[in-house]
Design a protein around this ligand. Structure first.
Ligand SMILES: [Zn+2]
Length: 116
C-alpha cells in the first residue's frame, strides 16, 4: 500500500525526474533520506515499526525534504555553527507542517483517486 502511495505522491509532487527508492526497514528515526542530487536519486528508509498512517506521514515528510532540497541544503551549509541546532529544529518543524497539510489533503481526496 505504501508503495502505491509512493507512485501517487511522486506524480503529485512532480518528482518523476527523480529515482526514488523506498525501503520499509530498520531506521534510527522515523524515517531518513539519502539524496544523491547530481543523479536525482534518493533512498528513503521508513521505520517498519510505524503504523500505516505514520509511514505515509513520514513518506510525505521525506518527499517535502526532496522538493525543498536546494534551499534546505544551501541554508544548512551556510548557517552559523551556533545557530545550526535552532535552524535544524525550525527547518524540521516547517517541513513537518507542510507535510501534515499535504497528508490531510491527500487522504481527504483519496476516494476521488483511482485505487488501482
Ligand atoms: Zn525531516
Amino acid at each position: 500500500m505504501i508503495f502505491k502511495h509512493l507512485d501517487n505522491l511522486i506524480e503529485l509532487f512532480r518528482l518523476k525526474d527523480w529515482d526514488i527508492d523506498l525501503t520499509i526497514g530498520n531506521c534510527q528515526s522515523e524515517a531518513q533520506t539519502m539524496m544523491m542530487y547530481n543523479c536525482y536519486k534518493a533512498d528513503i528508509v521508513i521505520d517498519k515499526n510505524l503504523n500505516e498512517e505514520q509511514q505515509l506521514q513520514s513518506l510525505i515528510h521525506e518527499l517535502v525534504h526532496i522538493v525543498m532540497r536546494n534551499t534546505q541544503t544551501i541554508e544548512e551549509e551556510n548557517v552559523d555553527e551556533k545557530l545550526h541546532p535552532m535552524w535544524k529544529r525550525e527547518m524540521e518543524r516547517e517541513t513537518e507542517k507542510i507535510a501534515m497539510c499535504i497528508y490531510k489533503l491527500y487522504t481527504q481526496n483519496k476516494d476521488e483517486r483511482k485505487e488501482e
